[in-house]
Design a protein around this ligand. Structure first.
Ligand code: ACO
Length: 405
């Protein structure tokens, strides 16, 4: 936790050192006071509070307030925040029309990313990023509208009419109702499932400088509006090596199909020279068990009590057991990450695999917004502009077309 950065530039005339560090393996891109991770010990803290305590005692919107403001809210502050978020859940009618234009088989994550980018055209005031009040309005809009846009993307793929937000419901229950409600029937959200999704949202709310957050910071450093920056984050999260991994895990478990096929699958991963991966395993920072995966395993048991067991659970548990004893995974410190079990819960709750990354993007919007605001208010922040090690041709003269080989 020290800020012991070595001085690599001694003055204005000194270019300093230029490191070559593709993928930022060993480079801090910013200073941040939001989330702390100790990857060796498996520790994750939001603003100093251990993730296990927040998952047990807190609610998603309380955690959102904490991440954005640095302190837990008082009862009154939480009520006000709840009220604010609840009353920004509606989207402009033209956003609906915009979403109508997507192909019937468009991936929901791609719809969400494009629609969030489109919000910048609905809220031109968002470009006032130096104005604290304007920043907070955009952040509230983003957090409030994400479940609505996410639910609309789902309804679009299913060919179902969009369901408008119900402001009497909690953040999570409202989202579930917009997904599940059919016709005029009222959808009663099971309290265990509501709490389970709330916990999953807490666990996914922030994770310091991961690929999508770095994208938000990088794009946001050009001082563009936060909708454009967050849309870039959603694009990054879409990839199978990041938030798309939970979808990939489910597909992998389905492909394996039966516990008897696991040894053959593990063998193919080990002999594939990195081509084939055990999805939901491994992490750039965690070199021990991902603390979020531990909480998710417990939540899975509670959800399956209500929904009945997901038949793929048996394969997942056995896969984990075999991998954790296998020298290949032990040597490389590959443990289950947050995505290994989350997909099983989402599937048991009735979500299609295509919705899994979207279920990640909704809560991560809070982290992206907190990190974006921290970045734009950081006096040391400049436009992100990495250097390169040039490997191309040396200077040469233009060759006319008729002289080219
Ligand atoms: N299955 C099999 N082998 C793996 C896996 C895996 N899931 N993950 C890493 N390895 C191997 C690599 O092939 C490499 O082996 P080598 O040393 O013989 O070349 C070694 O472990 C180190 O892996 P890297 O790819 O260098 O690790 P990196 O930090 O770059 O990647 C990542 C981390 C992308 C998460 C990787 O572990 C992975 O692809 N996992 C599967 C996808 C996944 O679950 N992603 C979700 C991450 S969590 C999140 O984004 C929310």
């Amino acid at each position: 936790r020290t800020n012991a950065l070595r001085q690599i530039k001694t003055g204005d005339d000194d270019f300093g050192l230029m490191g070559y560090d593709p993928a930022f393996l060993n480079t801090a891109n910013c200073k941040s006071a939001i989330t702390f991770i100790d990857g060796d010990k498996g520790i994750l803290e939001y603003r100093g509070y251990p993730i296990e305590q927040l998952a047990e005692k807190s609610s998603f919107l309380e955690v959102a307030y904490l991440l954005l403001n640095g302190e837990l809210p008082s009862e009154k502050e939480l009520q006000q925040f709840n009220h604010l978020v609840t009353h920004h859940t509606y989207v402009h009618e033209n956003v609906k029309s915009f979403m109508d234009g997507f192909r019937y088989d468009a991936h929901p994550m791609s719809m969400v990313s494009s629609t969030v980018a489109a919000l910048s055209s609905f809220y031109p005031d968002a470009k006032n990023i130096k104005d604290p009040l304007s920043r907070r309005i955009q952040i509230t809009r983003l957090i409030a509208k994400m479940p609505t846009i996410a639910a609309f993307s789902y309804r679009h793929t299913m060919g179902l009419p969009y369901i408008y937000p119900d402001n009497d419901l909690s953040y999570v229950a409202n989202f579930l109702a917009m997904i599940k409600r059919i016709g005029t029937s009222t959808y009663k959200v099971h309290p265990v499932l509501e709490r389970a999704l709330d916990i999953l949202f807490i666990l996914h709310a922030d994770h310091e400088q991961n690929c999508s957050t770095t994208s938000v910071r990088t794009v946001g450093s050009s001082e563009v509006d936060p909708y454009s920056a967050v849309s870039a984050g959603i694009g990054a999260l879409y990839g199978p090596l990041h938030g798309g991994a939970n979808e990939a895990v489910l597909r992998m478990l389905r492909d394996i199909g039966h516990v008897s096929k696991i040894p053959e699958f593990i063998k193919s991963v080990k002999s594939g020279e990195g081509e084939k991966k055990l999805m939901g395993f491994g992490h750039r920072v965690y070199k021990s068990y991902d603390p979020r995966a531990k909480v998710i395993k417990r939540v899975a048991d509670e959800v399956f009590e209500v929904t009945g067991k997901n038949p793929l659970l048996e394969i997942a548990v056995e896969l984990e057991r075999i991998a954790l004893e296998d020298e290949y995974f032990v040597k490389r410190k590959l443990y289950p990450n947050v995505d290994f079990y989350s997909g099983l819960i989402y599937e048991a709750m009735g979500f299609q695999v295509e919705m899994f990354p979207v279920l990640f993007a909704i809560p991560r919007t809070v982290g992206w917004c907190a990190q974006w605001e921290e970045m734009v208010t950081d006096n040391e922040q400049k436009i992100a502009r990495p250097r390169q090690v040039f490997t191309g041709a040396p200077r040469r003269d233009y060759v006319p077309m008729n002289k080219r080989a």
